[in-house]
Write a protein that binds this ligand. Structure first.
Ligand code: 5GP
Length: 345
């Protein structure tokens, strides 16, 4: 048995230290980024915030709404080829820059992915998602997808350590998905005792991935715009959001009226709700179960997007980053014992 005693941090453990800045207003901040990839062809430019590939978040409706802001959506894997065809047929070419096709690692899922990529060659991003990215079979699957689609951008995870990030990149991933257990409807840490504080996972995996010319996406655990900024400040190239984008018009999830208020179901992809819905087909999707919660209905996602992007822009002005790209370089985190004043909460 071994104990690592250096402190690992979550978003709630830090704040940004403000820095002198010549920026006058948050409107001067450019939160778009351009990336070239370790393996895939071409360059991508956009706002590197991704809607999670959960069936209550990564919907076609969400993809269409977020594309307007140049953001990405990892479209969940439960749409049929016919539904994909109908959706893509109704969009303009630009949508291809803003959607990822999600897949698991089964034979059936590989076949479906192949059909989709062959039918719609403009699709650019593949998101290979498993609960536990430490399995050798997962690494082998990434190499197989890389061999089949040499020019596509492959996002793969989830892992939380530098050495495994390197292994996924060497196996063919361009972008490593980082996060085990921080998700808002995730119970992995409770059920298994496994996890890693998300900010430290981001810092360590980003360092490893960048050393090889790869990128990372910080996936899970963001509860507010400040957390999204902290993920970027820690070195995340992309940030993936579930709960923060749930409960809107564009989100999936059943709606319920209760005492004249509307609530929307939001659930983990390995929760009972998801498993029942998808015929037990996703039972192995996550190492442990997820929760189901009812969120107050939040209207169109537009307002939430403005809040999140406005918050990130504002962080950049506080630390003097004219571009999101500069945020990590301009970041000094201070460790704290308190975040906001909760006297009126
Ligand atoms: P959030 O932004 O809601 O904090 O986290 C979203 C992330 O939680 C997703 O992108 C995914 O990685 C993770 N997640 C989604 N469903 C489940 C689940 O049922 N169990 C676990 N362990 N993680 C989940």
């Amino acid at each position: 048995m071994h104990i690592e005693s250096d402190i690992k941090l979550g978003f709630k453990d830090v704040l940004f230290r403000p820095k002198r800045s010549t920026l006058q207003s948050r409107s001067e901040v450019d939160i778009r980024r351009s990336f070239t990839f370790k393996h895939a062809e071409g360059e991508w430019t956009g706002v590197p915030v991704i809607a999670a590939n959960m069936d209550t978040v990564g919907t076609f409706e969400m993809a269409a709404a977020l594309a307007e802001h140049e953001m990405l959506t990892a479209v969940h894997k439960h749409y049929s080829i016919e539904q994909w065809s109908e959706f893509l047929g109704a969009q303009d070419e630009k949508i291809y820059q803003h959607i990822m096709v999600s897949t698991g690692t089964s034979e059936r899922e590989f076949d479906k992915l192949s059909t989709l990529m062959n039918d719609f060659p403009s699709l650019r991003f593949i998101c290979i998602d498993v609960a536990n990215g430490y399995q050798q079979s997962f690494v082998t699957f990434i190499s197989r997808v890389r061999a089949a689609f040499p020019s596509k951008v492959i996002v793969a995870g989830n892992v939380v350590t530098g050495e495994m990030s390197e292994e996924l990149i060497l196996a063919g991933a361009d972008i490593v998905k980082v996060g085990i257990g921080p998700g808002s409807v995730c119970t992995t840490r409770v059920k298994t005792g496994v996890g890693y504080p998300q900010l430290s996972a981001i810092i360590e995996c980003a360092d490893a991935a960048h050393g090889l010319g790869g990128q990372i996406v910080g996936d899970g655990g963001c509860t507010c715009a400040g957390d999204v900024s902290k993920a970027f400040g820690g070195g995340a190239d992309f940030v993936m959001l579930g709960g923060m984008l749930a409960g809107h018009d564009e989100s999936g999830g059943e709606r319920v009226e209760k005492e004249s208020k509307t609530f929307v179901a939001f659930y983990g992809m390995s929760s009972d709700t998801a498993m029942n819905k998808h015929n037990g087909g996703v039972a192995k999707y996550r190492a442990s179960e997820g929760k189901t919660v009812m969120l107050p209905y939040r209207g169109p996602v537009e307002n939430t997007v403005q809040d999140i992007l406005g918050g990130v822009r504002s962080t950049c002005t506080y630390v003097g980053a004219r571009k999101l790209k500069e945020l990590t370089k301009r970041t000094t985190f201070i460790r704290v014992n308190e975040q906001e004043n909760r006297v009126y909460n």
